[in-house]
Design a protein around this ligand. Structure first.
Ligand code: SF4
Ligand code: SF4
Length: 631
């Protein structure tokens, strides 16, 4: 479904190139029928045949193309209720009637909405006879997307004969929902009257449920009416509209609020450099996965083939490589589906959300986390598809599996400090040990915390190095652990860049932390140490850029990853040189407090860092490690 997600984002920009700026200006944005039809059609919801015309000649051509009789509708984002504005004329039989109707609609809109901007005219085929129902979705603050079904006309207004269910819905849920209404009996052959196509209604509801889950940016959507034809003859949406949430509304819980400038497309884990490398290493060049992925990406294929000819990371320290392989081997075991996820206990322990959050945080610390924060799980930070599977190793979801974490509303982000002594040996082998150690600790803590939550009767999934289903850095920002830096990693006040992350997502009701502002954005604007010392030039020295809807400093991960392969190990120089990556002494903690205050002194601090410590030189590895072979 992710390709559909992309299609919608793309379609929305095609439809409305000014969308981004207008969405930012207004808090809610309404899409009329002509725009909503495009999204419904991407999801395969059947629509009455029709097209938008920008002028009268174009409209006439469409009418001739689809054949009389037709319906003519004025399309304007400023006119929500077309019928109230007399902007709909049905049963037009010929060109003459068409011209009169065209002029009439323009006059009606002008008289009722003098300032309305007309986007064009929708010309639609007259649909055959049938029954009318309403299908819609309203997003509730507590329950999420609520799917609505009801009979059209007087039934909905007079008898309030509507049913609501929370998406995502299964076929069984939909059947039960329909049967709970009186409308069902009417559609199902009440006292000898004809039966209508209930299966077609179920199909539309299923598709709408999927659309609602895929797009948290949609606040409301309505198909009114859906005309249902006799059994076996289907159904057609005759009118529809949607209300889009403004981006600030979507991100009001997040630190990214100010930096969000457009719609964010979920990231496909298969596009990560590590996942691409896995395609060569584990699946092989003849595999279906390899051929499918690289078919239209010749440049990426060349890049990764070149890397695969280099030594594996850590391979130049053969006698010590076991130290990190042991850690990553265990992380792999902790990454299997049966360990990261599971079935919650039948009986739920209930706590007020503040109390539950306190218990979770303290337990995470007890299990080994150095930092913990809880925030709303923003679905845009979840991956769309599984990509890092080590060649579909046993116990893991297969490569390309669609990821759906929509049932989890909260994320618990945890930070684990890296060993500074080892990190300062960057870009050599000891950095790999520091990385492996922190990842192993993060995995072990996350799986136990998720299990603890499941034992209390709630759904919970651990996300760690071996099995992330989300982007841990923006999630950690939303959970108030730290901020995104110029180097592309998370900076925390406590450990700077020297930290690794794991996350647990859950449906347990939890109180959320606020994102933090520790002054990183203005500090990084005035400090370029990581960019200056990065041996691959992967870290930008310039301004933030717009990337996938967010303003950020964009790390060039291919340059970084290439350097690792040239060097034979992880690098980590950026982490080691960052002025925030310091030991937890009283002096350094005080400096971190001062660094958090925005102002010109931040530039002075970055300058003083270079003067005091000089140009970056890696520390010597500890005695127990063998010297690294150099090329
Ligand atoms: S890890 Fe090394 S190569 Fe990669 S961005 Fe940091 S300094 Fe640059
Ligand atoms: S080295 Fe300077 S610019 Fe780079 S992340 Fe650290 S504070 Fe920001």
């Amino acid at each position: 479904m992710d390709s559909i997600h992309s299609a919608i984002l793309f379609a929305s920009l095609l439809i409305d190139p000014q969308a981004e700026s207008r969405v930012l200006k207004s808090c809610l944005k309404v899409w009329g029928e002509h725009l909503t039809r495009r999204i419904l059609s991407v999801y395969g919801i059947p629509l009455v045949e029709g097209k938008l015309a920008s002028n009268k000649n174009g409209a006439l051509r469409i009418a001739e193309e689809i054949g009389y009789p037709v319906v003519l509708k004025g399309a304007s984002k400023d006119v929500l209720h077309k019928s109230d504005a007399n902007a709909v004329i049905v049963g037009i039989e010929n060109d003459e009637e068409f011209s009169t109707a065209y002029r009439g609609i323009i006059a009606n809109i002008k008289s009722r909405h003098p300032n309305a901007q007309l986007d064009g005219m929708l010309v639609e085929k007259m649909a055959g006879k049938g029954e009318e129902v309403i299908i819609g979705m309203k997003r509730d603050v507590s329950f999420g997307p609520m799917i609505m079904f009801g009979m059209g006309g007087v039934f909905v207004e007079l008898f309030k004969d509507v049913a609501f269910r929370i998406a995502p819905l299964s076929s069984g849920d939909i059947e039960e929902m329909l049967r709970s209404t009186k409308a069902f009996q009417l559609l199902n052959g009440w006292r000898g009257s004809p039966k209508y196509d209930i299966h077609a209604i179920e199909d539309v509801i299923l598709r709408l449920s999927k659309l609602a889950v895929d797009h948290p940016e949609i606040q409301e959507i309505e198909i009114n009416p859906l005309r249902v034809f006799p059994e076996g003859q289907g159904a057609l949406a005759l009118d529809c509209r949607l209300i889009l949430k403004c981006l600030q509304e979507l991100h009001k819980f997040t630190k990214h609020k100010d930096d969000v400038r457009g719609l964010i497309e979920r990231f496909d884990e298969r596009d990560m450099v590590f996942a691409r490398q896995d395609l060569i290493r584990y699946f092989g060049k003849d595999s279906q996965q390899y051929l499918q992925y690289f078919k239209n990406r010749p440049d990426e294929e060349k890049f990764h083939t070149k890397l695969s000819n280099k030594d594996p990371l850590g391979g130049r320290n053969p006698r010590d490589a076991y130290m990190f392989r042991a850690q990553f081997g265990m992380i792999e075991l902790l990454g299997t589906e049966g360990v990261v996820d599971g079935i919650p206990a039948g009986k739920r322990q209930s706590f007020p959300p503040e109390r539950a959050a306190l218990k979770i945080k303290e337990t995470a610390r007890l299990y080994g986390a150095d930092l913990v924060g809880i925030g709303r799980l923003n679905q845009e930070w979840t991956y769309s598809h599984v990509g890092s599977t080590g060649g579909d190793r046993k116990g893991y979801q297969p490569w390309g599996t669609v990821i759906d974490l929509s049932g989890h509303k909260s994320a618990i982000a945890m930070g684990f400090r890296m060993d500074l002594g080892l990190l300062r040996c960057a870009p050599y082998f000891p950095t790999m040990l520091a990385t492996a150690q922190a990842y192993a600790q993060s995995a072990w803590t996350a799986v136990r915390l998720a299990e603890y939550i499941r034992q209390m009767g709630y759904s919970a999934r651990a996300h760690h190095f071996s099995n992330y289903q989300l982007l841990a850095v923006p999630v950690a920002v939303d959970c108030g652990i730290g901020e995104l830096s110029r180097a592309g990693y998370l900076i925390t006040k406590e450990f700077g860049l020297g930290i690794r992350l794991s996350v647990v997502t859950t449906d347990m009701p939890l109180c959320h932390d606020d994102p933090v502002d520790i002054g990183v954005q203005s500090f990084c604007e005035q400090c370029y140490l990581c960019a200056q010392d990065c041996p691959s030039g992967a870290i930008p020295a310039g301004e933030k850029v717009l990337h996938n809807g967010v303003m950020k400093w964009k790390l060039d991960e291919k340059k970084c990853y290439s350097y690792w392969h040239v060097n034979g190990t992880d690098c980590g120089i950026c982490m080691a040189v960052c002025p925030w990556t310091k030991p937890q002494t009283l002096f350094h903690r005080s400096m971190a407090e001062i660094a958090s205050l925005k102002g010109p002194h931040q530039r002075m601090m970055a300058w003083a860092e270079r003067v005091l410590y000089g140009k970056y030189k890696p520390a010597l590895p500890p005695d127990y490690l063998e010297p690294q072979k150099r090329r």
